[in-house]
Design a protein around this ligand. Structure first.
Ligand SMILES: Nc1nc2c(ncn2[C@@H]2O[C@H](COP(=O)(O)OP(=O)(O)OP(=O)(O)O)[C@@H](O)[C@H]2O)c(=O)[nH]1
Ligand SMILES: [Mg+2]
Length: 321
């Protein structure tokens, strides 16, 4: 028994380490572009003063950290410098990391599935190719590990092969998928899936939707319809409207997110493809501008390449060499 417990603990710590390592590897392009530059600049510079601060500002801005978050970081450092609190370069770097963590801590809010009498509905939305379907597959894996009973709804009835793609994730996770023929009404598919999830006493319904541009009003109306029909079964549904954002588009994600939020009332974000990009700094821009909970980060295409977002871990992975 003790042995088992010990092994469980080891497994979870291995898994934790494993993901931190993947997060670090995933963030290597961002790190190369950004934090290596910052560290080299700060630690290599003897004079700690306004020149250093100006150069720092430029690095932050060019790393997609965004104007608002950069301003906050630079103001924080300038104040501490003025108060003579930063006596050497290592102190500057530590202060910067601490301030970066505090920006992200405000949006650290892991998705918790409460005990409910009916299924917790997660509606997954975003532009084409952001990573919605893959993220559903990974979240299903994540929730399965918590022994949740899950159903998937193939609400993308538009793109060729979208239904099959979700089915593959369903098979991989050994969770059922509710689907209709291609071309069916997405809201009807998701509504039926909710009814089925209730009947089968499922705990979570994960609903996929077709990718759409935030600028396509009629497609945004379709999403609103999905939300409306879910609300007919349970006024609180969808319990989570999860917007998937591709980190690779950097700060362009801001405008996208604002428009999706306006139309749909987004309750959480999943930021994907942090592994393929040097624009990981966008997470700070998003955190500062939107103040929406970042639920998950994705750092690869594999089933375990998604984990809850943790502010301190993210900043550590960004700076750890
Ligand atoms: N490297 C990397 N690739 C990812 C990640 N998430 C998704 N992808 C890949 O991105 C591509 C698009 O992912 P999908 O899940 O199909 O995206 P989608 O938003 O459902 O796309 P549409 O349904 O066409 O709108 C696939 O090749 C995924 O494997 C990630 O975190 N890292
Ligand atoms: Mg998809």
């Amino acid at each position: 028994m003790l042995g088992l417990l010990k092994r469980d603990k080891q497994n979870s710590s291995n898994e934790k380490k494993g993901f931190f390592a993947r997060l670090k590897t995933g963030l290597s392009k961002t790190r190369a572009h950004f934090s290596s530059g910052l560290s080299a600049l700060i630690l290599g510079k003897k004079a700690i003063g306004s020149d250093l601060i100006n150069e720092l500002e430029t690095i932050l801005l060019t790393a997609d950290v965004g104007i608002a978050a950069t301003e906050q970081l630079i103001q924080g450092l300038t104040k501490k410098l003025d108060r003579k609190e930063l006596l050497d370069s290592a102190a500057v770097l530590d202060a910067l990391k601490e301030d970066m963590k505090s920006i992200l801590r405000r949006v650290e809010a892991p998705l918790l599935i409460p005990e409910m009498s009916s299924p917790f509905v997660i509606l997954v939305i975003g532009v084409n190719g952001a990573g919605k379907t893959t993220t559903i597959g990974k979240i299903a894996h994540f929730l399965k590990e918590q022994h949740k009973k899950i159903l998937l709804a193939a609400g993308d009835t538009f793109r060729a092969a979208a239904i099959e793609q979700l089915q593959v994730w369903g098979d991989r996770n050994d969770v059922p998928v509710i689907a209709q023929a291609a071309g069916a009404d997405s809201a009807a598919v998701i509504y039926d899936a909710f009814v089925a999830a209730k009947a089968r006493h499922m705990e979570v319904l994960l609903a996929d939707t077709a990718g759409r541009l935030h600028t396509q009003a009629h497609l945004m109306d379709e999403l609103k319809k999905v939300k409306r029909v879910l609300g007919k079964i349970d006024p609180a549904a969808p319990h989570e409207t999860l917007l998937v954002l591709d980190a690779g588009i950097g700060q362009n994600a801001l405008n996208q997110a604002k428009q999706f939020h306006e139309a749909m009332g987004v309750t959480g974000l999943a930021i994907t493809k942090l592994d393929g990009t040097a624009k990981g700094g966008m997470v700070f821009a998003i955190a500062k501008a939107l103040q929406l909970p970042i639920r998950f980060v994705g750092v690869g295409e594999g089933i375990s390449d998604l984990k809850p977002f943790h502010a301190d871990e993210f900043v550590s992975a960004l700076f750890d060499q």
